[in-house]
Design a protein around this ligand. Sequence first.
Ligand code: ADP
Ligand code: MG
Length: 709
Amino acid sequence: MSSLPGVGPRVAEKLAARGLSTLQDLWLLLPRQYEDRTRIAPIRGLQPGVAAQVEGTVEAVERGFRYRPLLRVAIGDGSQATLVLRFFHFRAAQVAQFAPGARVRCYGTPRAGQHGLEMVHPSYRVLAADEAVLGDRLDPVYPAVDGVGPASLRRLIGAALDRLPDDAALELLPHATLADLRLPSLREALLTVHRPPRDADVAALLAGTHPAQRRLALEELLAHHLSLRRQRIALQRHAAPPLAPAGVLVGRLRAALPFALTGAQERVFAQVRRDLAQPHPMLRLVQGDVGSGKTVVAALAALLTVEAGRQAALMAPTELLAEQHLANLRGWLEPLGVRVAWLAGKVTGKARAAVLAQVASGAAQVVVGTHALMQEGVAFHGLALAIVDEQHRFGVHQRLALRDKGAVLHPTQKDRRAKVPHQLVLTATPIPRTLAMAAYADLDVSALDELPPGRTPVQTVALSAERRPELVERIRAACAQGRQAYWVCTLIDDSDEEAGASGQGGSGAGGRGRIEAQAAQTTFEALSAALPELRIGLVHGRMKSAQKQATMCAFKEGALDLLVATTVIEVGVDVANASLMIVENAERLGLAQLHQLRGRVGRGSTASSCVLLYQPPLSALARQRLETLRETSDGFVIAEKDLALRGPGELLGTRQTGLATFRLADLARDADLLPQVHALGERLLAQSPQVAERLVARWIGGAARYAAA
Ligand code: ADP
Ligand code: MG
């Protein structure tokens, strides 16, 4: 790297801070997008938000100071339309350039201004009298690197590309595969994306579907897949206690349950049972829609563990959820003589010491709790099965951490030191199959894709926010009949849109949490005034956890009729008597999140309804989302649709997965490559592990360091 012209210690440091320390890192710093300067667009045809190059004659110049210096230049072209160029910082020489009549060519993204369209700080050039030549290729736009300007970066990448080795040294993928898929070599692909040739398919490059981009996406997806697979293989080298009891306790629980297992529960439990009998650790993710009955599958797995003489633990992300599990497991397991212990943050002092002693001695056979289970000072007694509920809230990185922790937490008896527990992960957020393959290549995935019989589907309607007053009456009527209702407030402020779009979990993002909390407070006050006869509670992410818990519990116990809440209630709360939900600003939420919210009602036998309130006008995308929800309540169908509409980064929650650290691949766009990635990955691991190693190092080494920073 330091051999490149222009890379002194200062620049090298800036690059390194961004994870760029080798020539290879620069080759793989791929353009985020391209600017098309090969054409001139007529000003009349410009669209807000769509970048374009235009050329025109300066018609008027205005220099002013409103709050800050301002330069406005109006240019017009043959299409009889005017565009305003707006600058906030500029030098006197620049002003002089824009003499009326001068010809200007500029590139930028127009937006609606006070007087028609304008471009703020476009890149521009004043043309000489007879100058007409246009660029003949797309200009790559690179991700910004702090402290290295775009022009320097482009030059550096150019210099690095000049040292790109030949195919023999660079290529890691089998020729036959590339030929089959009609994809170019890595060298050719890199040169094409960095320096699109004159005759390149511009539309494909802009869309990210050019064969050169597909080729790079294939390799990147493969590298990620291999990295997850390697983690899995490493874990599978560990031993785990094989749990293969006769199943007496399982039989007794089945006989005691007031229902028969669904076909899906039978199938998934059989898979789990097979896994547990193995002498290496199970790593299974059970995806099942809200209400699909994951808990009983977990309970059966715990019973196998107990019958084999070992200990099982079940961890949930919130106390409320953990308490629900505790109640279920106690109800099911204690009549069978199984001892269930409870460990959460609020278990303190003597009670805590007593629980810890039971856990450590093995007197507690099943331990239920929150993150508290993972804390120091908690010693298990031959923990053989770790069950984690609502995995989506934890995310891949945390899952890996939990796994490591599980291994550390394992008892210290010398003969068992090398063993790690089996792991069963439950999630209520279904992920499309294709995506699951990419996101969870380190797990086996089972689907509980069938709901227990007798559920009345939630009737879903979308209404314009103007009809809010009617809803107040509807709540009054429902609560008068002893039903309970949720009123969910979501983000309403435009300025926060970005945080809202990316924050799946939502309540964490600072500004958004605050605005949501305010909205909930206001709504709470308005509804309290309109419905004085009702007992109304309020929960939002800004409240103390104890206060939140208390309100939730009151609602659960029926001491409240109406719960005004932010999206904090999204996860796992089970109040069977709640049969009406109203979601405000539903157009702002993603499909997966709306589906999760809606899953809070329809848990009992009463017919439930969900009203999605929206602010008109609806965008086409929002309309599709609301329609999807009206049409189906199948989480898997919704997840597929969500993937198609929004893309995987948002679907999975950017931060949570690490998937968004892809340089170029896009799981929605490139999903069709995944089966190939899968097959190729297995082959490489079996036949050429050192090639697999190099692929992972090439694509993930630097990026992983960067992502972790
Ligand atoms: P989730 O998958 O959302 O965690 P739960 O495990 O909480 O779902 O189950 C939802 C409800 O359905 C619980 O009341 C549970 O007892 C009940 N249930 C689970 N399995 C069945 C079944 N096979 N038939 C009828 N009810 C069931
Ligand atoms: Mg559950």
